[in-house]
Design a protein around this ligand. Structure first.
Ligand code: AMP
Length: 176
């Protein structure tokens, strides 16, 4: 964990999108070929023997590494999207954000009961959006569901992991 090259290349943008937020900008990791390779290879090492059949990426930063990892694992890739973006029938899950409610969707035929699922997103803050994605995936009754983030935010009273059952297997590459 905490690969020096990743840490060194992660950009922090103060006061984005609102004053007081330290925004961790993963675009500086995505654009760097070395970082891209490190992220995908480290995740591949964690999940290569888990029998993952579907990687679910959360819109939109979860699509980048999620799809690359799915390819390397020999798994399929599923998009978890904001409302109104997926064209066919969907299952939905709503969750509370700091201000108001948000909803995410997955296609109804995206996952089956025989799948072993890995849900991926770029960053864990409060855990709200990943918990909603996790609940959504559980509606399909897959064999097992793993969770991964590139970054876990710590401090400032954040404890995103607490929203998950302690038995849920969560991996991260960087703690900042
Ligand atoms: P949460 O649901 O609170 O865990 O928030 C996680 C989602 O919000 C992820 O999809 C992140 O991309 C985004 N996010 C929240 N806080 C930050 C931050 N400080 N820097 C970058 N992205 C963030």
């Amino acid at each position: 964990m905490n690969n020096e090259t990743l840490l060194k290349n992660l950009r922090n943008v103060p006061d984005f999108p609102i004053p007081g937020i330290q925004f961790k900008d993963v675009s500086t990791l995505f654009k760097n070929p070395k970082c891209l390779k490190i992220m995908v290879n480290e995740l591949y090492d964690i999940y290569k023997d888990k029998g993952i059949t579907k990687v679910v990426g959360i819109e939109s930063r979860g699509f980048v590494i999620g799809a690359a990892l799915a390819l390397k694992l020999g798994a399929g890739f599923v998009m978890c999207r904001k409302p109104g973006k997926l064209p066919a029938e969907t299952l939905q899950e709503s969750y509370m954000k700091e201000y108001g409610k948000d909803t995410i969707e997955i296609h109804k035929d995206a996952i089956g009961e025989n799948d072993v699922v890995l849900i991926h997103d770029d960053l864990l803050a409060t855990g709200g959006s990943m918990k909603a994605a996790y609940n959504l995936v559980q509606q399909f009754h897959p064999r097992k569901t793993y969770i991964n983030f590139i970054i876990e935010l710590t401090g400032e009273g954040l404890n995103g992991r607490e929203v998950f059952d302690p038995e849920t297997e969560i991996s991260i590459l960087l703690k900042v």
